[in-house]
Write a protein that binds this ligand. Structure first.
Ligand code: HH2
Length: 262
């Protein structure tokens, strides 16, 4: 049980838990450096919020936010991931030292994205989302959420490989909070092991998300305990990468859990 930690670096005014905190490039870079010191092996730099109801950001603005931060973190010792669904932003980030493209649309958002990732031999995170951020939380429904997410991820993996991306470079993510009720998220986490049958590393992002608040009424800045509990259990179910804001705290929890389990 030793998942890699992907620290979140949000260069946005409106992210749901830390919007506006790291809008200045120097501040975002310093935050990323701290996350590396805390134990992040990957830094996920994003310039567009995907929180429920978020408005899309134009490509120029997203480039303006992301590029200086990717450049500033290129020598940080962590691998850099760019959290974007725009090929132009991914291309710039890959040119500046990023190695991973974290595309919450799973290559469905920009027709150029798959070919770009194939050409640049990027590692690609394919995430499940029902609908789009603006509307995804309006009454999401599934017959069986785990079966449907699994079928979706299998189909997107196949599409990525058909587009020339090596299978060995694809990571899969159930998309906690993306078009799911709290019950759907809990079931996905409980049955995460079923997604391992897809044979690719699983990325899981529960950090500070609203399903935690649905359980106890906490606000986004009060969800560290829930983030830790869900992250440790996801690791125990085989998650390979945990995408978190609070790297030091989650790292300690994982270390203790691993020591107990032996
Ligand atoms: N969650 C968020 C953003 N990107 N990428 C992957 N692969 N998996 C996730 O679960 C995931 C993600 C949402 O978190 P955050 O970046 O903190 O918020 P916002 O989208 O408001 O910037």
């Amino acid at each position: 049980m030793k998942p890699e930690l992907m620290g979140v670096v949000n260069v946005t005014p409106d992210s749901f838990s830390d919007g506006g905190l790291y809008l200045e490039p120097e501040v975002a870079v310093a935050h990323g450096m701290q996350l590396v010191e805390d134990g992040a092996g990957i830094l996920d730099v994003g310039g567009e919020s995907t929180r429920p109801g978020a408005e899309p950001v134009g490509v120029e603005e997203e480039l303006r936010r992301v590029v200086p931060v990717v450049r500033g973190l290129a020598g940080s010792g962590a691998r850099i991931s760019v959290d974007t669904s725009k090929a132009a932003v991914a291309a710039a980030a890959l040119g500046d030292g990023a190695e991973i493209v974290n595309d919450v649309t799973a290559l469905r958002g920009d027709p150029e994205m798959a070919a770009l990732c194939a050409d640049r031999s990027a590692t690609v995170v394919l995430m499940h989302m029902l609908g789009e951020p603006r509307t995804m939380q309006e009454d999401p429904r599934y017959e069986d959420v785990v079966d449907e997410v699994k079928a979706f991820l299998a189909e997107r993996l196949e599409a990525a490989v058909a587009a020339g991306i090596e299978e060995g470079r694809v990571w899969l993510d159930p998309g906690i909070g993306f078009g799911k009720t709290a019950a759907h998220n809990l079931e996905l986490l409980r049955r995460l092991g079923e997604l391992r049958e897809l044979g690719r590393p699983l990325v899981v992002g529960t950090s500070r998300k609203s399903f935690i608040g649905r359980l106890d009424g906490s606000s986004a800045d009060q969800r560290l305990g829930g983030t830790i509990a869900s992250s440790v259990l996801a690791a125990a179910e085989g998650a390979g990468v945990l995408r978190v804001h609070d790297v030091a705290e989650v790292r300690q929890a994982l270390q203790v859990a691993a020591a107990i389990l032996g």
